[in-house]
Design a protein. Structure first.
Length: 113
């Protein structure tokens, strides 16, 4: 597949996502509160389906996203390429704590076996 998205567009997309993530709050608890307010839940231990991945996937211009180890790998629509962004520290801390079993109210119940 030919890359349909210009590098500047991918950079803009990464910038919008980074800004959105930074606005979630200054601590893991604040990030959790922001996700609650948006009614976004997810699956523990699933880099493609945690609440942060779901939030990012809501943004236009993406086919997919992986959230892992303090980073998000974006898969922009119309391209075979990826864009890596560093998660803000509070968001990264939230993801780690969520996967460790905190914020159980943000676990999608249909995802629990």
């Amino acid at each position: 597949m030919q890359d349909q998205q210009a590098p500047a567009e991918r950079t803009d997309l990464a910038g919008v996502i980074t800004k959105t993530l930074a606005e979630l709050g200054g601590s893991a608890d604040a990030v959790a509160d922001s996700l609650r307010a948006r009614q976004i839940k997810g699956t523990q231990g699933d880099e493609c389906d945690c609440p942060i991945a779901r939030l990012i996937r809501e943004m236009p211009g993406l086919d997919s996203v992986d959230v892992f180890n303090g980073m998000a790998t974006l898969f922009p629509a119309g391209t075979d390429g990826t864009v890596d962004i560093d998660l803000p520290e509070p968001v990264s801390n939230f993801v780690w704590l969520f996967d460790q079993g905190l914020y159980l109210d943000l676990v999608e119940l249909s995802a629990v076996a």
